[in-house]
Design a protein around this ligand. Structure first.
Ligand code: UD1
Length: 449
């Protein structure tokens, strides 16, 4: 395969998003839109140049954070897509192979589509245009085709009524043989309805030179351009459909696929069952044979084999659960390690904790990890029994095999195998209850006067 250079155009202003955040940084599946495109071309070992607009430092930072090898070119004035490509001149002038032009706001273009472009270029095409048929073609450039070749792309504003009847539109993703790009890019003018340098004019110039311009037609769903919030939600919906299919194909049961939301990097093992209404934020890895019951919210967490989670559990902040852990309803785990076979069945907050194996965390256990300024750790050994309604005031260490009495406030370390009674002892006063009742009735009668 020839060497690949990808030029990703990201200099658009994105005003229709009505957002302080640049449009290409809005997340789809928990990953910025532009990073989806970077990931896809990285899969082909492509070199990358991202063309950004003035004042887009946040985009530059996000790009280089995701892909340290990506180069940034700045387009100081937004004079059109051909002008944007010209800003990457240093890269394409020396590129021996193919050059792909993609849009940073079109995140869902698939590896199959990129692979088809590359295959056609390898097969001798000089340019390959990715076409699609949107529900409403208004505003898009139309592909003027002859057989399986493209003669020209006509922008909507410059098109005749007859050309506007064409349903096959330009997605904006175009592949070039390097020499074909170098042969046309500087001959593109701006005599058109928008007064912009249109990259799409490259097609007519190339065909005029006797070059071969092919097209492929891809699914409209994968070519959605995120330029307003409605398109963002469409992209999210399509991403989720792709990901649900991928996850189910890998051996996961989704009881109600449409109500389970994944992130781009969610990894789930085999024979995992996920009940309805579960949301996975970024950074989740789940081993085999896990059951996740309804209404759980899980991000930045590793869950060991055979564990059972939820309903209504929240796991986050780098939590690491060993195998066969059980977390029941209304249990939150943050930045904690939980050993094999440990159970927290109900109503607990376990934050900044290290818990051993086969320990039982009673209902209502809270690790008091925050004093308003500092976060401290709670360390609990193996085979510990924490009685219900315990406040474990960190920093605190509870030794292996220890018991804590229910209702305890544990402020001191508990040695291994000790029983910690962290509450006032109960005292029974025989016959005292009627006196209390009489006192209460007398008070009511006094008020009634
Ligand atoms: C472009 C295509 C059109 C296609 C449509 C698909 C041209 C002339 N037209 O039109 O055929 O159907 O996309 O969405 O190419 N950009 C820059 N710098 C610029 C101008 C644009 O970086 O100076 C980037 C934008 O960030 C965006 C992309 O290029 O990612 C497309 O720009 P936009 O102005 O939205 O193009 P359209 O007019 O929609």
């Amino acid at each position: 395969m020839a060497e690949l250079l990808s030029i990703i155009l990201a200099a658009g202003e994105g005003t229709r998003m009505k957002s302080a955040l640049p449009k290409v940084l809005h997340p789809v599946g928990g990953l910025p839109v532009v990073s989806h495109v970077l990931r896809t071309v990285q899969g082909f070992g492509s070199k990358v140049v991202v063309v950004v607009g003035p004042g887009h430092e946040a985009v530059e930072a996000a790009v280089t954070r995701f892909e340290a090898m990506a180069h940034i070119s700045r387009q100081e004035q937004r004079l059109g897509t051909a002008h944007a490509v010209q800003q990457a001149r240093a890269a394409y002038e020396t590129a021996p192979g193919h050059v792909l032009v993609l849009y940073a706001d079109t995140p869902l273009v698939t590896a199959e589509t990129i692979g088809s472009i590359v295959a056609k270029l390898d097969d001798g095409a000089d340019m390959v245009v990715v076409g699609f048929r949107p529900g409403d073609p208004t505003g898009y450039g139309r592909l003027l085709t002859e057989g399986d070749r493209v003669r020209a792309i006509r922008e909507h504003k410059d098109a005749t009524e007859a050309e506007r009847q064409i349903g096959l539109c330009n997605s904006g993703i175009i592949g070039f043989r390097g020499d074909a790009l170098r042969g046309v890019i500087d001959r593109i003018g701006n005599e058109n309805a928008k007064g912009e340098y249109y990259l799409t004019d490259a097609v007519e110039l190339a065909t005029g030179d006797g070059r071969r311009v092919d097209f492929i037609e891809a699914d409209a769903a994968e070519l959605v351009g995120v330029d307003n919030r409605e398109k963002l939600s469409e992209a999210e919906a399509t991403f989720q459909q792709f990901k649900r299919k991928e996850i189910m194909a890998a051996g996961v049961t989704l009881r109600d696929p449409n109500s389970v939301w994944f992130s781009w990097d969610t990894e789930i093992g085999r024979d995992v069952t996920i009940f309805p209404n579960v949301v996975f934020g970024p950074g989740v890895k789940i081993a085999d044979n896990v059951e996740i019951r309804a209404f759980c919210d899980i991000e930045d967490a590793v869950i060991g084999k055979g564990s059972s989670i939820g309903p209504f559990a929240r796991i986050r902040g780098g939590a690491e659960l060993g195998p066969d852990v059980h977390l029941g309803n209304f249990v939150e785990v943050k930045k904690s390690k939980i050993g094999a076979g440990t159970k927290a069945g109900h109503l607990s907050y376990l934050g900044d904790a290290e818990i051993g194996t086969k320990t039982n965390i009673g209902a209502g256990t809270i690790t008091c990890n925050y004093d308003g300024v500092n976060k401290d750790k709670t360390i609990i050994g193996d085979n510990v029994f924490i009685g219900s309604n315990a406040s474990l005031v960190a920093p605190v260490n509870i030794g292996a095999g220890a018991y804590t009495a229910s209702g305890s406030v544990i402020t001191q370390d508990v040695p291994a195998d000790a029983l910690a009674l962290g509450r006032a002892r109960q005292e029974n006063k025989p016959g005292y209850a009627p006196k209390l009742r009489d006192r209460a009735l007398a008070k009511k009668a006094a008020k009634g006067k």
